[in-house]
Design a protein around this ligand. Structure first.
Ligand SMILES: [Zn+2]
Length: 290
């Protein structure tokens, strides 16, 4: 059974650990994430952007695959099915598809007031259905699904205003960037994180762009209130690297290794291994129903 992400993230805030939110791209990707989470007895959030949902033929297919795999694999840890960076319209579609958690990203709306209004509307609808809601204040740097925004430090007062709408967790820019970080990246602003935390209390905060931030820096952010860490690029990179190694070594030409179950296995094994490393880094191993 899928759950919403509220209880697991509130427990993470209290316990000072973080929960990984891994983006999925297909059935095998989801299976790899679930294998890692179950083996380490960690709660997990599986999330999906509009782009990845289009690739998988729609939000409902994604949610059905996650739900059916949780059932078939006899997964015992809490699993939430989360919409990543939903537009206003995406939210309604994902809600209809049965997602248990929604991110409405109003940071691209023309004004902060529109972000506020729409966040309030989505919170009301989602809470009537037991669905958790993530909102966003300020843009996250980099490019995601073709939408670019300048990296910025979220305004703490705007964070408080959005938090007061009753959102369950909040994404706020603290210098983080989607995708791979440039060599001259300034790092996360722990000062801004502390200012936001001071105004938002126990509200779980979300760190987007979790690929390539030094482990100690992520752990410091977790200590300071981050409870959900979004990881997408990292797993894509290890999957691509393992597949490249398999092919460059010529192993794809041996026997029946053209079979996708053999050809793609090293890549998916690499996802399981890396997801487990991140779960341990974030400290959610053994916290299944904490
Ligand atoms: Zn993001």
């Amino acid at each position: 059974m899928l759950v919403n992400a509220t209880a697991m993230l509130q427990a993470a805030v209290k316990g000072h650990y973080g929960i990984a939110a891994f983006n999925t791209n297909d059935l095998e990707w989801t299976r790899s994430i679930l294998l890692a989470a179950e083996e380490l007895q960690s709660p997990v959030i599986i999330q999906c952007t509009r782009g990845a949902a289009n690739w998988q033929q729609g939000f409902k297919v994604v949610k059905d695959v996650v739900e059916d795999l949780v059932d078939y694999m006899k997964i015992t840890v809490p699993v939430a099915m989360h919409l990543d960076h939903g537009t206003y319209e995406d939210c309604f579609e994902a809600i209809d598809a049965g997602f248990t958690s929604i991110m409405y990203d109003g940071s691209h709306e023309p004004t902060f007031e529109i972000n506020m209004e729409r966040t309030a509307e989505i919170v009301k609808l989602c809470h009537s259905k037991g669905i958790s809601v993530e909102a966003e204040v300020g843009g996250i740097g980099g490019v995601e699904d073709g939408v670019a925004s300048n990296g910025e430090l979220a305004d703490p007062q705007e964070c408080k205003a959005i938090a007061d709408l009753g959102v369950d967790f909040l994404a706020c820019g603290i210098g983080n960037i989607h995708g791979l970080y440039p060599a001259d990246w300034a790092g996360l602003s722990m000062d801004r994180l502390a200012e936001i935390k001071a105004l938002t209390g126990d509200l779980p905060l979300v760190l987007h762009g979790g690929t390539g931030i030094p482990t100690a820096m992520v752990q410091e952010a977790i200590t300071n209130g981050v409870a959900k860490i979004n990881v997408n690029t990292d797993l894509q990179v290890v999957m691509a690297r393992a597949t490249r190694e398999f092919i460059e070594s010529g192993k794809d030409l041996e026997g029946k290794n053209y079979d996708p179950r053999k050809l793609l296995k090293p890549g998916f094994d690499a996802i399981v291994k890396r997801a487990k490393e991140l779960i341990v880094d974030f400290g959610s191993d053994g916290k299944g129903w904490a």
